[in-house]
Design a protein around this ligand. Sequence first.
Ligand code: PMP
Length: 274
Amino acid sequence: MDLYSQSLHYGYSVFEGIRSYRTAAGTTKIFKATEHFDRLQRSAEALNLPYSWSTPELIEASYEVLKKNNLQDAYIRPVVYAPANMSFNLNTESFTTIQTWEMAPFLGDKLLKVMTSSFQRPNPKGFKIEAKAAGHYVNSILASQEAKAKGYDEALLTDMNGYIAEGPGANIFFEKSGRLYTPATGNILPGITRATVLEICEELGIPVEEGRFTPHDLSRADAAFFCGTAAEVIGWESYDDKPFPTQWKESLSRKIQQAYKDLVTEKALQLETI
Ligand code: PMP
């Protein structure tokens, strides 16, 4: 990258976080590849970054990078970044790169201690909040670092009105009396994993409500989890030091976690075809 790029100086770039899995059949499968690269394009367009690639060509390139690096279970990180330009003017071109690496679940595999962050998510009137823009992640880094400095595993951020929004790099669901609840879109990154969880709930017949919920609503939940491509589905142990009453193993959330794992590794598909 050019050291005079707006991407380096102003956080003016967009990216994706994608995972590939070794499937039950032994093949390599990028989970929801089209959805991720379509979002990359929408993110670039939202920020007025010139975008000259097609989703199929970037998917093909990603499989190529995986193969060259001999990876099956991997994280894939495409970035679209700007050329040299220290003004705030439009660019006439962008560049892209695709990196892959092996990555354990982003938030680990143990139940999380989560705190309400003192940071709120960016005001959607100040940012294109539905775009996966690099600059937004200064907010994520500050929130996550604050939580870890205070002895928690992760932060939960509210939106500008004080309703629960999302984690620094994941969406949130909570469970209460057999129903799931998740913040509506508008003040969050609408996650591809969040959409997958909604599909799983539909399949399993679990009712879900999207809406505006307060930290108080969340504190009265039976269970909660974060979901995201990097984090996958990961349950919470406690929220603001209050443990959840339902054992994770007994929760509907745990069923969703298992269904997600089966889906990304195509285990369910494999069973169907046997
Ligand atoms: N919210 C934020 C702020 C994120 O960074 C992510 C990770 N991309 C998510 C939610 C979850 O999105 P996805 O399920 O598409 O990975």
